[in-house]
Design a protein around this ligand. Structure first.
Ligand SMILES: [Zn+2]
Length: 553
């Protein structure tokens, strides 16, 4: 009998079909552990760009995994919290509600953080406000699993709360993130009332402090890095070509807040996160029984490094060579502790990044940097004129935050005034040479956006209760950034949306798939592997049919 698709899902629980199961492939049970690794700001091209020297985990994922070469975060506002929430929920920000890292709460009329929760307290340090998923409007993969398999555990860790929390969904067992003030892994009382002893011991064991006074040097000999296609500069000064070695803290001093904050932009921050993740596997007993467990890992160092030095820097090159090494050890650990045929890994990213615009300009590309204050100054005359005409009931305050979006706070003009103000500001912005489009809130609400090519993308980032008054689409390769060096993300363009999507492990057939797929597909695909049902209204689709293992492949 020819079996088109590995049928363990449909056959599970059905007796007497052993021969069918055997003929299907290497395994007939769901994995004991699914690990979702989200590498912050990992561009899709890093999978191949640095591959010549991958010998560890990225090598295994690339060669033995199902590699989707056209994976996209398919929404316009490509920020960290939305990207992670989309991976875990299978829906776009328009539905899961995490539209940006910080957004304007139109109901409360105040700016809010994606995960900051004033009703919670941090656990692990004293007297600080905590974070929770209370603004996440959807259940995620972890919630689906726990609802259908009460014995399953869901755990999450990242340097960033806005990564670990949206990945984990609404009802995980444990979620931890790195506190940049103290260098400790913490949680909030949304999850736990006290840190478990092993976490306290981990924090006391010096995993972070051991690098204080040391240097980040290149892993491999210098010529390896000179093969990079570009040699990005953090700024315009050629003497900044290579800043290696990077000092970590000041020898002779005790580690302090400055060290703990800067530590995040070293590869060792990802190593410590993975060491913590191994602690989670061991102490939460993940993958130890027949109830499948979920482990989310947000690896954030590449984002801090990429922002400072750019995607084609020696620093990013070295970061991914080291991450390859760290992930090699991590996969070897899972082989040993869970069993090589008992776990599945999905690797993706929350967004990509724009190369340093000055370097693009060197190559003849029409790329440039723009300071947000320039846009604010550019629209100021419109506001002044409107007020002089008496069109505005009160003086609006224009703010820029979390991308090229503007909101009017500190003023409560009438609905008609607000509509007129939005239109006037958007019209003015369109006169700026670096602006391609400007969408008003009211037009987006009505779906009346006169820009066919991009309207859908912005629509997927639009939630009516959580949108600014004007959303700007800069022209391609234009970077909105407050500092004169480094780079950013947040646009709907390919350099920000194109991310790796790789599945690896038990039952996954190696291969490359060039179909255009989306990060919203990851959660339904993993649900399919786990054999659990998903909500009917997901934006994402099950990719498992692309790569399920077939006997004889
Ligand atoms: Zn990010």
């Amino acid at each position: 009998m020819l079996i088109e698709r590995c049928p363990f899902r449909s056959l599970r629980g059905i007796g007497g079909l052993v021969s069918l199961l055997v003929s299907c492939g290497t395994w007939a049970e769901p994995p004991r552990l699914v690990v979702v690794i989200a590498v912050d700001q990992m561009r899709a091209d890093y999978v191949d760009l640095f591959a010549e020297h991958y010998v560890g985990g990225l090598r295994r994922l690339r060669d033995e995994g199902a590699v989707f070469t056209e994976g996209h975060q398919d929404h316009a506002l490509t920020w960290t919290a939305p990207g992670h929430a989309t991976i875990a929920t299978g829906v776009f920000p328009s539905r899961h509600g995490i539209v940006a890292n910080d957004f304007w709460d139109r109901v409360a009329q105040q700016p809010v953080g994606a995960v900051a929760d004033p009703a919670t307290a941090l656990v692990g340090v004293v007297g600080r406000t905590g974070s929770s998923p209370f603004r996440l409007l959807r259940l995620g993969l972890g919630d689906w699993l726990k609802a259908q398999s009460p014995g399953s555990k869901v755990a999450s860790v990242s340097l960033k709360d806005r990564a670990a929390i949206p990945l984990a969904g609404k009802s995980p067992d444990v979620v931890y993130w790195y506190d940049l003030q103290t260098g400790r892994f913490v949680t909030s009382d949304y999850y736990l009332s006290a840190l478990p002893d092993w976490v306290t011991a981990f924090n006391a064991a010096g995993f972070v402090d051991r690098y204080h006074g040391s240097q980040w040097t290149k892993l491999l000999p210098a010529p390896v890095y000179d093969d990079s296609p570009w040699r990005e500069l953090a700024g315009r000064d050629p003497s900044q070509y290579s800043l290696f070695p990077h000092a970590l803290g000041t020898p002779g001093q005790l580690p302090g807040r400055r060290y703990y904050a800067n530590f995040r932009s070293s590869p060792y921050a990802d190593l410590v996160t993975l060491e913590f993740a191994m602690g989670l596997v061991e102490h939460e007993q993940l993958g130890r029984d027949d109830a499948p467990d979920l482990l989310f890992i947000g690896l954030s160092a590449a984002d801090y490094i990429g922002h400072r030095f750019g995607p084609y820097s020696h620093e990013i090159h070295d970061q991914f060579l080291r991450l390859d090494d760290y992930l090699g050890d991590f996969l070897a650990y899972l082989d040993e502790y869970v069993g090589a045929d008992r776990y599945v890994v999905a690797l993706s990213a929350d967004h990509g990044a724009l190369p340093i615009p000055e370097r693009l300009a060197d190559l003849g590309i029409d790329a440039a940097r723009i300071h947000p204050n320039e846009l604010l100054r550019f629209i100021a005359p419109v506001l002044e004129a409107a007020q002089a005409r008496g069109d505005l009931s009160t003086k609006p305050v224009l703010e820029y935050r979390s991308g090229p979006v503007f909101r009017f706070s500190g003023a409560a003009p009438s609905a008609a005034d607000l509509d007129a103000l939005q239109r006037a500001v958007a019209a003015r912005l369109l006169e700026h040479p670096q602006v391609a489009a400007a969408y008003t809130y009211n037009d987006q609400l009505r779906g009346d956006v006169d820009d066919e090519a991009w309207a859908d993308s912005f629509g997927r980032s639009f939630h009516p209760d959580r949108a600014p008054d004007v959303t700007v689409k800069l022209r391609e390769y234009q970077l909105l950034r407050e500092v004169a060096t480094g780079t950013d993300h947040g646009s709907p363009y390919r350099y920000d949306t194109h991310v790796p999507i790789i599945f690896f492990g038990a039952g996954v057939a190696a291969g490359r798939h060039t179909d255009r797929v989306r990060t919203a597909d990851i959660a339904p695909t993993l649900a399919s592997i786990l054999g659990i049902a998903v909500p009917d209204d997901l934006h994402g689709h099950d990719l498992y049919p692309f790569f399920w293992y077939r006997y004889g492949n």
